[in-house]
Design a protein around this ligand. Sequence first.
Ligand code: SF4
Ligand code: SF4
Length: 177
Amino acid sequence: MTVPRPNLSWHERLYLPAVMGGLAVTLRRFSGTLGALVLGRRSKRVTMFDPEEKWEVPPGYRGAPTLVKDEDGREKCVSCQLCEFICPPRAIRIVPGEIPPDAPNAKIEKAPKEFSIDMIRCIYCGMCEEVCPEEAIFLLKDYAVTGLSRAQMVHDKARLYELGGVMPRPIKKWAAK
Ligand code: SF4
Ligand code: SF4
């Protein structure tokens, strides 16, 4: 498809009216801010003090996925790898680990030896949270999970638990039968 070039009039070809129009918007905003600062005039603030101020996100907002522990600090994840299987961009990597038979939680059998989520790949779809049978993975409300390098954006197990924290839930898989 060919998009025809518009025929500009002579004053449009000067570009000065457009430049002056842009400057007028800047000056209008500047005088409004100056009036608010110097004279205490009320004006509608269009910026916020990030990261101290955050947007209120709606219920059901899907932020960064994290791992959570139960009230007693135990890992809920049992390394079933369903989330790894379902994740559309293949952002999750799990290495299952075996729980020693003499451990107090031995009836669970498995816990993740390694668990990482590549947040550069993640598309925040929430399917990992939905598929998890143990309620071990939850999406944060925080939308500003950042890093200074690609390596920092791959959240390892320690980072995922640090972000997720404790999530008290009714599932009591640790209780004796
Ligand atoms: S939110 Fe979606 S893309 Fe991100 S880790 Fe979970 S399943 Fe994968
Ligand atoms: S987070 Fe949930 S779905 Fe993923 S491996 Fe652990 S128990 Fe399975």
